[in-house]
Design a binder for this molecule. Structure first.
Ligand code: HEC
Ligand code: HEC
Length: 277
């Protein structure tokens, strides 16, 4: 009697040990799969960003004075009717002397310039000029009177956390927390920021178009502007991670939804486990 029981206990101990080993090996498989996925991801992404960097380097033109001359031609053809033959301004538009390369990048890369006559606020449009042409226009205007200029290098090379905090204190009052824009007075508006490239975001801060304030390097340092630029691009690129955006009403309402859904799922799981045993 006693011997039979001990032998029964022996087999059940063996069984649980076997089950545990099986479970451990299935954890091992999951871990290995995750590691493999991570490796594939890294391999696929790393060369891409390297290629992008090389492309950017190639885009930098070799000869500066040639660029200024090309810019002058583009300017005479596309801009001088409103801004004057010598950038002095006229009936159609303000003088561009001293506005700086940054203002040109902002206005032309966001498609606001060249303007269609007779609008309250120059709307964003599909840009008319290529990046090289924009840089040439900018170099020409920079060469005549100077002014703010985009810094060299990666404009999104900043701290994301810092960028978020600075965005909420400096920009969200007009552009909304999610950068989705908002109405201002007299039919004017602060636009949505999603379509703005890093160059447009950075130059917007230097240039201060329409009723937007101008942020000199004394107000927001280069490092801080880069952090904000990174954050704005992050908002635009991240889209809505994890499905629906829930209207982006903020952490409280979104947290509530997650809580309700999560608790329901947990209770369901508990009931299911209870019913099985
Ligand atoms: C149809 C007329 C018109 C044309 C063409 C035009 N602009 Fe403008 N531009 C304006 C007006 C008007 C403003 C000021 C109103 C505004 O900013 O919305 C302006 C503003 C600007 C500003 C901002 C100046 C400042 O002091 O803030 C820049 C930079 C600029 N234009 C560059 C250009 C360039 C470069 C071109 C050619 C590619 C161009 N514009 C073509 C009418 C024009
Ligand atoms: C007082 C309100 C106000 C504040 C504060 C403000 N902006 Fe703006 N912003 C505007 C307005 C108005 C425009 C549109 C200008 C135009 O149409 O020429 C604009 C345009 C822009 C654009 C261009 C978007 C496009 O269509 O390409 C960017 C990018 C931008 N702002 C970024 C910022 C950032 C970053 C900050 C904070 C550092 C900021 N803004 C703070 C009012 C504001």
């Amino acid at each position: 009697m006693t011997t039979r029981r001990t032998s029964e206990q022996g087999t059940s101990v063996q069984k649980t040990a076997l089950r545990r080993r099986k479970r451990a090996s299935s954890y091992g498989v999951v871990l290995m799969a995750l590691a493999a996925l991570g490796a594939v991801y890294a391999v696929l992404l790393a060369p891409q960003s390297l290629a992008q960097e090389q492309e950017q380097e190639q885009q930098e033109p070799a000869n500066q004075s040639m660029q200024v001359e090309e810019g002058r031609q583009l300017y005479l053809n596309g801009c001088s009717t409103c801004h004057g033959l010598d950038l002095q301004g006229g009936a159609g538009g303000p003088s561009l002397i001293g506005v700086g390369a940054s203002a040109v990048v902002f206005q032309v890369e966001s498609g606001r310039m060249p303007l269609h006559a007779g609008v309250q606020q120059a709307p964003r449009k599909k840009p008319r000029y290529s990046i090289e042409e924009i840089d040439a226009l900018a170099a020409y205007i920079q060469a005549n009177g100077g002014g703010p200029q985009l810094p060299e290098g990666d404009l999104t090379d900043g701290d994301l956390q810092l960028g978020g905090a600075l965005f909420r204190t400096n920009c969200a009052s007009c552009h909304n927390f999610a950068g989705s824009g908002g109405a201002l007075t007299y039919g004017k508006y602060a636009p949505e920021l999603t379509p703005a490239s890093a160059r447009v975001v950075y130059s917007a801060m230097q240039h201060g178009p329409e009723s937007m304030p101008r942020y000199s390097d004394a107000q927001l340092t280069e490092e801080e502007k880069k952090a904000i630029t990174r954050y704005v691009r992050f908002l635009a690129e991240s889209g809505d991670v994890g499905g629906a955006d829930l209207g982006r009403y903020g952490p409280i309402s979104e947290g509530l939804v997650v809580w309700v859904v999560g608790i329901t799922a947990l209770v369901g799981l508990t009931l299911w486990i209870g019913a099985r045993s």
